[in-house]
Ligand binder design. Structure first.
Ligand SMILES: *Cc1c(COP(=O)(O)O)cnc(C)c1O
Length: 424
């Protein structure tokens, strides 16, 4: 038989450069290392605190959506903050989580899976919960597990369009009209039957969850079957420049109300699957300016690296100068300017419109910290054009932005977001 070996296209990040305590801030690290490659600075304390916020205040179990940032350092920090459930969407994510935590509860929440992956997840990694959104997928899960009698099947309900920045119902989810038949089919195969949905990422309106739960309630009533679990997905937002979401507790209150109105049997489980909100503040990216042309900076990372969301999605990230090339003191006395960025590859699409607000005198050689990149940052890297390297470090300073309702490193509930690391 022909043997073909697969290989990973992009390697894991290089081992963290762990700084001694006095050098534990981004500024101190940049001063010490003068990194010539982009550098991811992970904040384990912030990650642990944010995990504690969710675990202690969400009225159910918190599943971390691993795709958002699968770095072991990140997963360990979330575990320390009390996260025990992991929403995985691939065998490799499942393998990573299981290799770190033998006791983790892993849920395979991708509605379209390969039979071999389902089989291996079930038999080798102890996964029991699977999400589905079609009759075919229910049959697939049943067949791949040889009709196991301990399956949890979560049927994914598609959301009405147009209520979030990132719609996640274009590709997955069954329409409300299809749901009752799917729920009845899944009930016959499942020990635990659930309904799951995803309202879309960075959802700015708490009431969206209440409406989604209301829709779930209607399809459940129509199906006429007993339900054991509701999974409200991810979508919880974080602060970005000029974007302040409603406080996290308002989302949890809306979910609590919506869930109560369903009047499901006592003991029905409630889950959420946050990605972005758990990890965004947990890492910054440090880049260096390679050239300046007017209000455009050519930097050493871009849309094929950790800044994918700054490209076509035009995401803006909080920015600050971390160190001047010549070591001169940081100051914004000359005012600030909104800059656009070009990344290092030869593709003109490697462009980030921003604007990213920085001191007007920023120059070639300066290092810039970009915040809120713990979510959907480094995990989206490619090796295009040979720019395949990124340093990873851990720091203990505060993130650039805080999000209302999240605990900060002192354990206090943050109010309005402030740039905690701004220039003096
Ligand atoms: C991506 C994803 C999440 C996480 O979404 P966020 O908006 O980052 O919170 C949760 N559940 C599923 C099924 C996902 O695909």
């Amino acid at each position: 038989m022909l043997k073909v070996r697969s290989r990973v296209a992009v390697g894991p990040l290089r081992r963290p450069v762990i700084a001694p305590i006095p050098l534990s801030s981004v500024d101190a690290l940049v001063e010490e290392l003068r990194p010539a490659e982009p550098m991811i600075a992970i904040r384990p304390r912030t990650l642990r605190r944010t995990a504690e916020t969710f675990v202690q205040t969400f009225p159910g179990d918190v599943l971390y959506a691993v795709k958002c940032n699968p770095e072991p350092t990140v997963l360990r920090a979330l575990w320390r903050g009390g996260v025990r459930h992991f929403d995985c969407a691939s065998l490799q994510e499942i393998r990573t989580v299981r290799s770190l935590f033998v006791d983790a509860k892993i849920h395979y929440m991708h509605p379209i899976k390969m039979p071999a992956a389902i089989r291996q997840a079930y038999a080798e990694f102890g996964v029991r919960d699977f999400s589905v959104d079609s009759a075919e997928e229910i049959e697939k899960v049943v067949a791949a597990t040889d009709g196991a009698d301990d399956l949890g099947i979560y049927v994914r309900l598609a959301m009405p369009k147009g209520q979030t920045v990132y719609d996640l119902s274009g590709k997955f989810g069954a329409d409300a009209a299809e749901m009752p038949a799917l729920l009845r089919q899944a009930r016959a195969a499942a020990k635990v039957l659930g309904v799951c949905f995803h309202v879309g990422s960075q959802c700015m309106e708490p009431a969206v969850y209440e409406r989604a739960l209301d829709l779930a309630g209607r399809v459940i009533a129509e199906a006429g079957v007993a339900i054991d679990g509701i999974d409200v997905g991810g979508g919880f937002p974080v602060s970005y420049p000029d974007v302040t979401p409603p406080a996290l507790e308002l989302y949890f209150a809306a979910i609590r109300r919506g869930f109560a109105k369903l009047e499901l049997a006592p003991g029905t489980r409630l889950w959420c699957e946050p990605g972005r909100a758990l990890v965004a503040a947990g890492a910054s990216l440090v880049v260096q300016v390679e050239a300046r042309r007017g209000d455009v900076l050519y930097i050493n990372d871009g849309v094929y690296g950790s800044l994918s969301d700054a490209g076509v999605p035009k995401w803006r990230f909080p920015a600050r100068v971390a160190r001047k090339a010549d070591g001169s003191p940081l100051s914004a006395d000359g005012g600030t300017t909104g800059f656009a960025f070009y990344g290092p590859t030869c593709d003109s699409a490697d462009f980030m419109q921003g604007p990213f607000t920085l001191p007007s005198d920023v120059k070639t050689g300066d290092w810039i910290e970009l915040g809120q990149l713990g979510a959907y940052g480094a995990c989206l890297r490619t090796a295009f054009n040979g720019f395949d390297r990124t340093l990873m470090t851990e720091v203990r300073d505060e993130p650039l932005l805080s999000t209302p309702g999240h605990l900060d490193d002192q354990g206090t509930n943050t109010g309005n977001p402030v740039v905690t690391n701004a220039l003096a």
